[in-house]
Write a new protein. Structure first.
Length: 241
């Protein structure tokens, strides 16, 4: 479960954030000033911090700098009532990963939080091996095996499969795949995604069928105008007849 820290002095906003994030399955801590936030951050580790810039004690930008020094991997999303462009730039230069201007919509905030945590977990996935059916993906070694035969994938095909595997059994949108496998500044055609999926399917099927008996590999389902899903094979129950 992702660990979130909310740093917000306004009682009403803080409560709204804590309950909305909690309802979305995050574990949430709440601090109402900068000193408290830095103290909490020294004792625990957080995946993401929602940081109000207008705090009663320390300037939020300073809190952001110190947080990033303590926990460089922590994602900081700044909440600010300041609309001045210079403030936003200063916020991002202090190490913040993103910012939202108050007033903000809760749905927008939740979408940003989800997107940041998803990107972070794709990075984490890189060290974890994935096995389903007779497909094994070892991102640390960048190896893809079907049964015990190595399948040669192109770098983007490998990344795409690893990304789908990081949410196996779940729909992954085209936007998420484009953002994570290419990058968020990709301005080319998203047709490139379909081409890579087709190549990936072909290579996996070819590898599976070349074995005797043919290997079982999870299939990639197309979700029209939405994205793709790597299907999880249901394992036969252990000890069943
Ligand atoms: Ca405030």
């Amino acid at each position: 479960m992702a660990e979130l820290l909310v740093v917000e002095d306004e009682e009403k906003i803080g409560q709204l954030l804590v309950s909305a994030l909690g309802a979305n399955g995050y574990s949430v801590s709440w601090c109402q000033d900068g000193a408290g936030a830095l103290a909490v951050a020294r004792t625990g580790s957080f995946d993401l911090v929602l940081l109000d810039l207008g705090l009663p004690d320390v300037d939020g930008i300073e809190v952001c700098r110190m947080l990033k020094r303590q926990q460089p991997q922590c994602i900081v999303v700044v909440l600010t009532a300041r609309r001045d462009e210079m403030d936003v730039i200063e916020g991002l230069e202090s190490g913040a990963d993103d910012y939202l201007t108050k007033p903000f919509r809760m749905t927008e905030l939740l979408a940003r939080v989800r997107a940041h945590l998803r990107r972070a977990s794709v990075g984490e996935f890189v060290s974890e091996a994935f096995t389903n059916g007779e497909l094994t993906l070892d991102p640390a070694a960048r190896r893809c095996l079907v049964r015990d035969r190595e399948v040669a994938l192109r770098p983007k095909e490998f990344d795409l499969l690893a990304r789908l595997a990081s949410e196996a059994g779940r729909a992954v949108t085209r936007e998420a795949l484009m953002d994570d496998v290419w990058d968020r500044n990709w301005f080319g055609s998203t047709k490139t995604l379909d081409v890579h999926i087709a190549a990936l399917r072909h290579r996996l099927a070819e590898a599976a069928e070349s074995l005797e008996p043919p290997a079982r590999v999870p299939v990639i389902t197309t979700l029209r105008s939405h994205g793709y899903r790597l299907e999880i094979e249901v394992e036969p129950p252990v000890g069943g007849q």
